[in-house]
Design a protein around this ligand. Structure first.
Ligand SMILES: NC(=O)C1=CN([C@@H]2O[C@H](COP(=O)(O)OP(=O)(O)OC[C@H]3O[C@@H](n4cnc5c(N)ncnc54)[C@H](O)[C@@H]3O)[C@@H](O)[C@H]2O)C=CC1
Ligand SMILES: O=C(O)CCC(=O)C(=O)O
Length: 542
């Protein structure tokens, strides 16, 4: 990890830093001392590529794809990319990081507008707005259509983040009961918002009249509402997607509308934007469409413009404390001294996110003497714990703020003694509804040379390189369990890269941890769980 050095004070004084805004927004006042800001609205891509080598920073919305082609065209000068909005799925973050380009976003500014648009789609579908509009314009005065009231119905929200929370609040004003599914959000947020928590997506789908999705587009959320999930909704339901195209599968949505299973739907986003003229959405019944207008209000664009321009200018002066999506914030010396511990912390966090997501407490215990202040390891554990559930790409800069936003409390303990290793880091998370039994999960690790090692899983001692996939299985410490498990993996051609066995006492509960080169299908995991020598099995990806 390296910290991009953005500008030296001398540079700032002598040459103005140049910023190109290539997408439409309200950038506010463009006069800032030491900067030259060119606002070009909807600049054609070829023009953006041609002019980019003359700029230190680029500001976009979702229209401009920041891909390898654009970065190659930019040359050496480009240091900062600002995304006027939340989603950074139009930006190749990995390629930017590799080139030392800092990416910032402005996630606070347009969430009210996006939430209001989702509510608008819900109302429009419930009352057949687009259908009636189209018919009336075509000269047909059709008053036979009957809509549905929202009052006393149930709205299901997938993703109770910034926008999902505002939707929940507005929906309650319309007298809807709100239930949400978001495994990454702690219980106290649900309680604060007066939203009922669904334990699983399926549980949510079977109890709601209306469904709206507000997650980022990730490997997990892409296609998460497909044919099977739509079929679980009650007949006559309404579905809204104002988050990202593809979270609700497009073909499945059209089919569910055509079959009459759904009463209506509203979408603001497409997999490919703009859609082709033959896109199936365009002929689907009672489907309201907007052209990715969630953030298109005067108010949001004023806030987005001010926020992203301010952040980009601050970053060009070296202040990367606000909105950084991809930048680490550590100096080279600390990185050197902490060695592989940051990597370890992130891996421990990532494992725990899969064992117990949505915790409200995270505690890190440091054992032994660390070569530098170990506080960044806590941040790294948070990065791992929060990754995969937000557009903001938790990193060493934003992880603590994100944790606070989520209501995740942090505690750090230091113990001088480290009986088993020179240093050991143990991370424990606790979660569960108020008044109910709290669950905890603990993992620990150390570093050999610069390589992280897992040393503890729950109450068991293990010693394993945390790489690839880890299969965690428990049994009653009966002979033959290891053989049966490895035979089964062998028949599937799955290689065991490492194995550790731990038990609390002889003949008692034992825990196997196996690192595998490949993942397992749900059917394979079930086959392992079905073995008579296995009590439970769980797969995590490190
Ligand atoms: N239509 C538009 O113009 C706009 C769309 N957006 C999009 O809206 C979406 C939500 O944005 P924010 O609320 O700002 O994001 P956020 O990061 O505040 O909230 C996202 C929530 O989704 C949850 N989540 C992640 N993976 C999940 C999963 N597999 N299952 C259930 N929940 C999951 C997270 O825990 C988090 O609470 C994003 O996709 C964003 O790009 C945002 C602004 C405008
Ligand atoms: O401003 C835009 O282009 C779209 C807004 C959006 O989708 C976002 O902020 O994620």
């Amino acid at each position: 990890m390296t910290v991009p050095v953005l500008t030296s004070p001398d540079q700032v004084a002598s040459t103005p830093l140049r910023v190109l805004i290539c997408d439409e927004m309200n950038p506010g006042d463009l006069h800032h001392e030491g900067f030259e800001i060119d606002y070009e609205g909807n600049l054609p891509r070829e023009e953006t590529l041609r002019r980019l080598p003359e700029y230190d920073a680029l500001i976009t919305r979702s229209r401009t794809k920041v891909d390898r082609e654009l970065l190659a065209a930019a040359g050496e000068r480009l240091r900062v990319i600002g995304r006027g909005g939340v989603g950074v799925d139009n930006i190749d973050l990995e390629a930017c990081s590799r080139r030392g380009i800092l990416v910032l976003n402005a996630p606070e500014s347009n969430n009210v507008s996006a939430a209001e648009l989702a509510i608008m789609h819900l109302l429009a579908a419930a009352r057949g707005l687009t259908r009636s509009d189209r018919k009336t314009r075509a000269g047909e005065w059709d008053r036979k259509f009957l809509g549905v009231e929202l009052k006393d119905k149930t709205l299901g929200i997938v993703g109770l983040g910034r926008i999902g929370s505002i939707v929940a609040d507005r929906a309650q004003g319309l007298r809807l009961k709100v239930v949400a599914f978001d495994p990454y959000v702690p219980e106290n947020k649900f309680e604060r918002l007066g939203v009922e928590r669904a334990a699983s997506l399926d549980e949510l789908l079977t109890q709601v009249d209306f469904l709206t999705v507000h997650t980022p587009l990730t490997g997990e959320t892409q296609g998460m509402i497909g044919t099977r999930e739509l079929a679980l909704l009650r007949p006559g339901s309404i579905v809204v997607n104002a988050a990202r195209g593809g979270i609700v599968e497009e073909a499945a949505l059209v089919e569910a509308l055509k079959s009459g299973h759904l009463f209506g739907a509203g979408v603001d986003v497409f997999v490919e934007e703009p859609p082709t003229p033959d896109h199936p959405f365009l002929g689907a019944p009672n489907l309201g469409i907007t052209a990715h207008l969630g953030a298109n209000t005067f108010e949001a664009q004023e806030r987005v413009g001010a926020e992203i321009v301010g952040r980009v200018l601050a970053a060009l002066h070296g202040d990367v404390s606000r909105g950084a999506v991809n930048a680490p914030a550590l100096d080279a010396r600390t990185l050197e001294l902490l060695g592989g511990h940051l990597d370890l912390g992130e891996k421990l966090g990532r494992i725990l996110a899969q064992l117990l997501p949505g915790a409200h407490d995270l505690e890190v215990t440091f054992r032994g003497e660390f070569a530098a202040d170990p506080a960044p390891i806590v941040t790294a554990a948070l990065v791992g714990y929060l990754s995969g559930s937000t557009d903001e790409r938790p990193n060493m800069i934003n992880a603590r703020a994100l944790a606070k936003e989520r209501g995740l409390n942090l505690a750090v303990r230091e113990e001088q003694d480290s009986p088993d290793y020179q240093t050991e880091v143990v991370v424990k998370v606790t979660g569960g509804a108020q008044g109910e039994k709290q669950r905890t999960r603990t993992v620990g690790g150390t570093v050999f040379g610069r390589s992280p090692r897992l040393t503890r899983l729950r109450d068991y001692r293990v010693e394993l390189a945390p790489e690839g996939f880890i299969l965690i299985a428990s049994n009653q410490d009966r002979p033959g369990a290891v053989a049966k498990l490895s035979n089964l993996l062998g028949t599937w051609g799955i290689n065991i890269a490492g194995m550790a066995l731990g038990r609390a006492q002889k003949g008692g509960q034992a825990l196997f941890t196996l690192t595998l080169d490949d993942g397992l299908t749900p059917e394979q995991l079930q086959a392992i769980r079905d073995l008579d020598v296995i009590d439970s099995a769980f797969l995590v990806r490190v």
